[in-house]
Design a protein around this ligand. Sequence first.
Ligand code: ADP
Length: 405
Amino acid sequence: MNILSALQLLVGRQFGEIIQGSKRFAAGDFGYRIPGGSFGELKKLSETLNYMAGEISARMREAEVRRLELEAAFRDMSEAIVVTDGSGVITRINPRGRELMGARGFNAEGMRLSGMPAGPELSSAAIKALLSAAPVFLEIEPPASPGTVLSVSASPIVEEGAVRGCVLVARDITGPRKLEAMRRDFVANVSHELKTPLTAIRGCAETLLNGALEDREHGPGFARSICEQAMRLDNLVNDLLKISYAESGRAAVEKAALDLKELVDETAGSLESVLAKKRVSVSDKVPAGLKVYADRDKLSQVLINLLDNAAKYNREGGKINISAMAEGGGVKVIVEDTGAGIPAEHLPRIFERFYRVDKARSREMGGTGLGLSIVKHLVELHGGSAGVESAEGRGSTFWFTLPNT
Ligand code: ADP
């Protein structure tokens, strides 16, 4: 074989290797490398092709990582995402989307949005977005999850001027809506609670100014009313301050090991006049030496509120039993009274702010309707819980727990 034909053979083999490598790359095998050993321009071509394959492979890996990241976000995000094509057929839906659409247990992809259990309202939003090529925002309550409020946005997918589909994003805003409603109720309640004593004070002051000041017989009665109503306002504002402090997150809980029996006796002592007024006796059955791990001022406030209620809503000459026991890594404190009890229908709401069984009776006794919600907040600040068992005519048993940590 002469040099020329040997060279031709070599170049032919190298071309063969380059063609073979190109085919592997075209088939997506970017890990393949064209063997070295060539020379001249063919060597440069092999190296360039190998470099290109390496670059493509690195980019693809990067794109795959991005895809996996997006996939994880799509799968785990708390928002529901539903993507449809231009005719309203679902092309992608994440697990939260399936939940909110009532499409648990079947694959909704390929199905019409309007055919989903929670679909009709979402579907009309998607149609609006598809027809107008503009985003649509709305709030809905899907029949598949009653009581849930969803904030939905439907955004058209526009490609070169044409609408190709729609992305629906739905967020559960039930919590924030409830909070808003609670805030509105709270403001309305506070305004109402303030208005009643203020109206009474104004009425009495006007009567005094219109001549009752000179009336030695009736005048003092109006002044007394002003004083009582002012005290009511004072109680209300104090309770409001306590509740806003407990709710603010600024209320630092400074826990220390406290002797519960001592604290109970001290609290009962401070309520002597309230107890004496109704001839209610307190029996402290807390075991001697039982320690609770709590903030002294806050625990004392809890006991005052519960004992004050147990006295206020007791019968003349009634009894209050206070007991406590170690329970589940903490202490359970129980305050029992022999009062009229609380009808069952009121029990679930009794710890709510301003909730009262008998508004007139509570007001008459200087109540603000905030005592139990303060108790609940303070106990929860300690990591404990509060509850009640009661039946009409059989007294009430309020309890709370305090963990040992
Ligand atoms: P208030 O200032 O009205 O006492 P609370 O929040 O302390 O407010 O209590 C809410 C309502 O729960 C009271 O108005 C009363 O109707 C009821 N309640 C609380 N404690 C007792 C109790 N020991 N016995 C009967 N009813 C009670």
